[in-house]
Design a protein around this ligand. Structure first.
Ligand code: SF4
Length: 226
């Protein structure tokens, strides 16, 4: 059993922890927030693909991406946002949101449009799976640590699903993708529920490892070989 130090090693919550951190096993989340030790990612190409995708939409018109979106243009990408302190059930916590959004549009009516870029063929990209993560960026934009908040009128995923190979000679090929904008409904209540769950996990004792991630099983088996 690992003992907690006097205080957590960080005081900000990463938006992705609201999607992935709680859905598999809570032990690594606990270790991350108390000791700043993070399980290395296993998807090295995902970041590169997302960056290439983001770059395509700089300056893009929102209704061109999807007719349901308010008139506006993508004016910002890859910027850090930090929120004010999060309150749960009227009580202020010591936690803030800190993260980098993918792309952000300024709508003509003064509101904002938030988009998360994904290169994926996963059926999980249905939108609501990512709602707490996107909602945490919306919370930070509407309740920033510094300055005035702006209303986030829309959130969504811009998904590229690889579906073909392009190219006409032996050395120059690329992947073709099917593009889909997936709207994500605003769900502040779910966001606060998930944040509360995350804070409860962090404040609790060292959690059991879950069954959704095979890394600990692998380590146990590997150490058994020594
Ligand atoms: S099973 Fe182990 S490695 Fe995987 S998330 Fe849980 S604690 Fe982390």
């Amino acid at each position: 059993m690992i003992k907690k130090p006097a205080k957590p090693a960080r005081d900000t919550i990463a938006p992705s922890d609201l999607t992935f951190g709680l859905s598999t096993c809570k032990r690594c989340i606990w270790i991350k927030y108390w000791f700043k030790v993070t399980l290395p990612g296993q998807f090295p190409i995902v970041g590169t693909l997302s960056k290439l995708q983001e770059a395509q939409f700089r300056g893009a018109s929102m209704p061109d991406l999807d007719p349901s979106l308010r008139p506006g243009k993508i004016t910002k990408w890859g910027e850090w946002v930090k929120s004010d302190y999060i309150s749960i059930n009227g009580t202020k916590t010591p936690w803030r949101i800190l993260g980098i959004y993918d792309v952000l549009a300024e709508n003509d009516d003064g509101t904002l449009g938030l988009i998360d870029c994904k290169v994926s063929e996963s059926e999980r990209d249905s939108g609501q799976f990512y709602a707490p993560q996107l909602e945490s960026y919306a919370f930070a934009l509407e309740n920033p640590a510094v300055g005035k908040g702006r209303e986030v009128a829309s959130m969504g995923l811009l998904v590229w699903k690889p579906n073909s190979v392009l190219g006409d000679n032996a050395t120059n090929y690329g992947f073709g993708v099917e593009q889909k904008y997936v709207p994500v409904e605003r769900e502040p209540e779910t966001f606060f529920k998930v944040i509360e769950e995350l804070i409860t996990v962090i404040d609790g004792d060292f959690p059991e490892s879950g069954s959704g991630c095979g890394t600990c099983n692998y380590l146990t088996q590997r150490l058994g070989l020594e």
